[in-house]
Design a protein around this ligand. Structure first.
Ligand SMILES: Cc1cc2nc3c(=O)[nH]c(=O)nc-3n(C[C@H](O)[C@H](O)[C@H](O)COP(=O)(O)O)c2cc1C
Length: 197
């Protein structure tokens, strides 16, 4: 699909067939999501791919799936082909920026960053992942986990990694659109500023 069309047509989907997708297709999505820029080429991003149906249900529970089911949206977090869980480690970034090429002579490392780039970079990973799913003829949603620690425990995610979300990927079914969409897009002129704000 042409890039502009891919960007304009992608949307957050909240209902999928509960059918498997070939491992190679899922792997291609993950491989594309790896190829995003990262501050200092730290590469603190990781992705965990959950296909096991029982595990998917447990993950969905931790994302409050019952709330969506009660709202009539169906079990869109558990029923899919795979859940992609982007995780990021702040420690990897800090360690990278303690390396000599990131410090001026005699400079002490400062871990208080004006902008925590790890959040930016995992956002990029997530976006490429969702676009890659769409490009593969699939669809993707995004659910925020309610609590991080139980998700870490359930999936054996190391303590230094923060799972930022759960992205169900699968073959799209008709879904209930998010009420948030009623807000509409802000005008482009409010989004983009030229030369000076
Ligand atoms: C950081 C982030 C968190 C989100 N969390 C949720 C969520 O917990 N549940 C949900 O249904 N949608 C969630 N969404 C999806 C947004 O509601 C959706 O992206 C937005 O309404 C725009 O719709 P679109 O993606 O179809 O363009 C999240 C999106 C982002 C970027």
């Amino acid at each position: 699909m042409e890039f502009a069309e891919l960007v304009m047509k992608r949307r957050t989907v909240r209902r999928f067939e509960d059918t498997p997708v070939e491992r190679e297709v899922l792997e291609k999505i993950a491989r594309l999501a790896q190829h995003v820029p990262s501050a200092g080429f730290s590469q603190g991003q990781r992705v965990l791919i959950v296909t096991d149906p029982q595990m998917r249900r447990k993950v969905a529970e931790l994302c409050g799936e019952s709330f969506y089911v009660e709202a009539g949206m169906g079990p869109w977090i558990s029923e899919c082909a795979a859940q992609f869980i982007p995780c990021v480690s702040r420690d990897i970034y800090l360690r990278r920026y303690h390396e000599p090429d990131k410090l001026a002579p005699g400079e002490e490392p400062n871990d208080d960053w004006p902008t925590p780039y790890w959040w930016i970079d995992i956002g990029k990973t997530s976006m490429v992942l969702m676009l890659a799913a769409h490009d593969a003829g699939l669809a993707a949603g995004f659910a925020g986990p309610q609590e991080i620690e139980p998700l870490r425990e359930l999936l054996g995610i190391p303590q230094e990694f923060h799972p930022v979300g759960v992205i169900p990927v699968g073959r799209q079914l008709p879904d209930v659109r998010s009420p948030s969409l009623k807000r509409g897009w802000i005008p482009f002129e409010e989004f983009a500023h030229w030369e000076r704000w």
